[in-house]
Ligand binder design. Structure first.
Ligand SMILES: *Cc1c(COP(=O)(O)O)cnc(C)c1O
Length: 362
């Protein structure tokens, strides 16, 4: 870590790789020899065209996106897609199935209800306080649904799908905001994948959408123009001014991921990092790890002491150890360590050292 920087366990916006931050700094006044900053650059310029195309090409390469899928850069965060997905994909039967595995999954479901004939709950782990991901046998899927929506990694609760739901040909749409590029995914098994980039790819202000071509062009007639996926495809994501700086950062982060060996290498590192925390949690009984073991997230690790006062003391002690953002989400309490791609292994080791010291002292 560069002097003065701390281990930031924020769920998002979150850490970026230091080599990328340095590159941003070095290029900030004069990007790609253009004589101007990317911050000042027209999105219609040749230099910027190369940047956005390189960002999309890197996404395609890293995720092995099949040729019959489009890669789009959109505004509005992941929440924007909570509305745009039903507007664009929910027009045949007007029915869509939502699997409720946490807060964001529920937010997506609520929003879809505004634009669909019927947003259905196909399964939910609300009764279990979202400690597990609903299994296939818990799902009631509608054969005539336009799509099935899942939240792949539940950022607040700390769970991730350990299996791929079988939807019998109905397109599976996944919010992968907090797990995108943390490991390879078989894109061909999904109709669409989307992610707010501020967890694992870039600063806030941009949503990545990967969508199968046959799902384009069926949007509601009253869909706002900037939310029409087909129109955005025709305009290379530049129907209007796109979030130029975050897209530039996606290019730099994906360049970096390629240099690091791609998503197989990231997966191996992320598994090792998560294991350092989970192995420790499983080896002791001072801290509780509240979620079903098979469904544990590799990116967001939640834990608590069982005593809210002790949890508070744990969080209060973080600054002294050079950490920040370890407080759990208000819906869950306790602690949460978000350990995305950019969190170094040393940060996770330092956190476990703090956990051991705190447990010994209390
Ligand atoms: C952070 C997050 C969101 C919300 O993203 P915004 O870009 O703030 O709208 C949605 N879904 C998941 C899984 C998230 O982690």
């Amino acid at each position: 870590m560069i002097d003065g920087r701390i281990y930031n366990f924020s769920a998002g916006p979150s850490m970026l790789p230091e080599p990328v931050l340095l590159k941003i700094r070095d290029e900030l006044l004069n990007t790609a020899g253009s004589g101007m900053s990317v911050l000042e650059m027209s999105h219609r310029s040749k230099v910027y065209d190369e940047i956005i195309n390189a960002a999309a090409a890197n996404v395609r390469e890293l995720l092995a996106v099949p040729d019959n899928y489009k890669v789009l850069f959109l505004h509005g965060g992941a929440s924007g897609l909570f509305s745009a997905i039903p507007m664009n994909l929910g027009t045949k039967s007007g029915i869509a199935d939502y699997i409720i595995s946490g807060n964001f999954a529920n937010a997506a479901y609520k929003e879809a209800g505004k634009y669909l004939k019927e947003a259905r709950i196909a399964g939910s782990s609300a009764d279990d306080e979202f400690r597990h991901i609903p299994r296939q046998e818990e799902l009631t899927l509608s054969p005539d649904a336009d799509y099935v929506h899942v939240c792949w990694n539940n950022t607040i609760f700390g769970t991730k799908y350990p299996y791929l739901p079988e939807t019998n040909g109905v397109p599976l749409v996944a919010d992968m905001s907090s797990s995108i590029m943390s490991e390879p995914v078989d894109v061909s098994r999904f109709g669409a994948i989307y992610a707010g980039v501020q967890k694992n790819l870039a600063p806030a202000g941009l949503t990545l959408l990967i969508i199968r071509e046959d799902l384009l062009g069926h949007e509601r007639a009253d869909t706002p123009k900037i939310w029409k996926f087909a129109t955005q495809c025709e305009n290379n994501s530049m129907l209007n001014t796109p979030p130029t700086f975050p897209i530039y950062c996606v290019k730099l982060v994906t360049d970096y991921l390629k240099e690091q060996g791609g998503l197989e290498a990231m997966k191996q590192r992320n598994e090792e990092k998560a294991a350092i925390l989970y192995d420790y949690l499983d080896s002791q009984d001072f801290y509780l790890s509240g979620v079903n073991k098979a469904d544990r997230s590799m990116m967001n690790v939640t834990f608590r002491t069982g005593d809210p006062e002790l949890d508070k003391a744990f969080v209060a002690g973080q600054a002294e150890r050079g950490f920040s953002n370890l407080k759990g989400h208000r819906l869950v309490g306790g602690m949460r360590a978000s350990i995305y791609n950019a969190m170094p292994r040393e940060g996770v080791e330092a956190l476990v050292a703090y956990m051991k010291d705190f447990a010994a002292a209390h």
